[in-house]
Design a protein around this ligand. Structure first.
Ligand SMILES: NC(=O)c1ccc[n+]([C@@H]2O[C@H](COP(=O)([O-])OP(=O)(O)OC[C@H]3O[C@@H](n4cnc5c(N)ncnc54)[C@H](O)[C@@H]3O)[C@@H](O)[C@H]2O)c1
Length: 273
């Protein structure tokens, strides 16, 4: 039976991952933006990929569960990439927490039930999460790790006034992604599967360009200028990292985060920014 690759979120990174990893697989594309879904599905089908598309809202557990079931009905789900997300320039604190934080938790729960033995998953977190690591109190990290997914949005630390700014909510959500992936690696491992996160730096997708044009853009450009690579990342840079983590060279890699940021966090932490 043909192996199934599920790509959730068909923005810049999702499209690049589908193109890089979809050959010879049944590709399932999922997004809540029907127009984007149709556009990417038609383009990849024209390019010869075997594509199905499915509408999903990752902020709803039932929607994610339905996607997982439908994907598993097509064949063994051996690779899944969760790239759906909202950024501070695009959304409110509430929407960011629902999609970027709870959405990833639902994904980890629901795809754990269908991932094939030997399969792997990858969640796109962010360097914003890596920059937050070490700054949240231990109790906050413990709560983000252990709270059941359905109760996450009720956590007092997420309703605090210091998360009123979408940028702060995004940073905590992305740190939570890294933590939840660590925790999920054990349940996924019990099925013989792996799961990791990737934390991208500034990537020139629609989202990345919107952030660069926003008020946070100057700070992001300063990080890029100070970084070892001095360039923006491409969606293909992230697809290459996903190919490694989802592929046969990474069978000893699970429950970890791969920072793919061109050296931006190193510059921020060690370069005196
Ligand atoms: N672009 C960057 O610079 C950057 C940097 C770090 C992290 N990230 C993260 O990478 C991931 C992918 O980002 P991208 O640059 O490809 O962005 P993008 O905006 O191009 O794509 C994101 C996709 O997610 C979809 N989406 C949003 N909410 C959804 C929901 N509730 N249900 C289903 N789909 C939903 C959107 O419709 C869109 O197609 C995101 O999680 C983002 O936070 C991006």
């Amino acid at each position: 039976m043909t192996e199934v690759l599920v790509v959730i979120g068909v923005g810049g990174m999702g499209e690049a991952i589908a193109r890089r990893l979809g050959t010879g697989r049944q590709v399932v594309l999922a997004d809540f933006d029907e127009k984007a879904l149709r556009r990417v599905a038609e383009m990849l089908t024209e390019e010869g990929y075997q594509v199905r598309s499915q509408s999903v809202d990752v902020s709803r557990r039932d929607s994610v569960a339905a996607l997982a079931e439908q994907a598993a009905a097509l064949g063994p789900v051996t690779a899944v990439a969760h790239t759906a997300g909202l950024s501070p320039a695009q959304a409110s604190t509430a929407a960011i927490l629902a999609v970027d934080l709870a959405g990833v938790a639902f994904f980890l729960d629901e795809f754990e039930k269908v991932i094939a033995p030997g399969g792997a998953g990858v969640v796109i977190a962010s360097m914003a999460g890596s920059l937050t690591a070490g700054y949240l109190p231990d109790e906050a990290e413990a709560a983000l790790a252990s709270t059941p997914s359905d109760d996450l949005l009720e956590l007092p630390l997420l309703t605090a006034s210091d998360l009123a700014q979408p940028g702060a909510a995004y940073a905590v959500a992305k740190r939570a992604n890294q933590i939840r992936v660590q925790v999920a690696s054990m349940a996924w491992g019990a099925r013989g599967a792996r799961v990791n996160s990737i934390s991208p730096g500034v990537i020139s997708t629609a989202m990345g360009r919107q952030e660069l044009a926003n008020e946070s853009g100057a700070g992001m450009r300063a990080m890029v200028a100070a970084s070892g690579t001095k360039r923006l990342g491409t969606a293909a840079d992230i697809a290459a990292a996903a190919a490694f983590l989802l592929g046969p060279d990474a069978t000893f890699v699970t429950g970890t985060d791969l920072l793919v940021d061109g050296g931006a966090v190193a510059a921020a932490r060690r370069g005196g920014l």
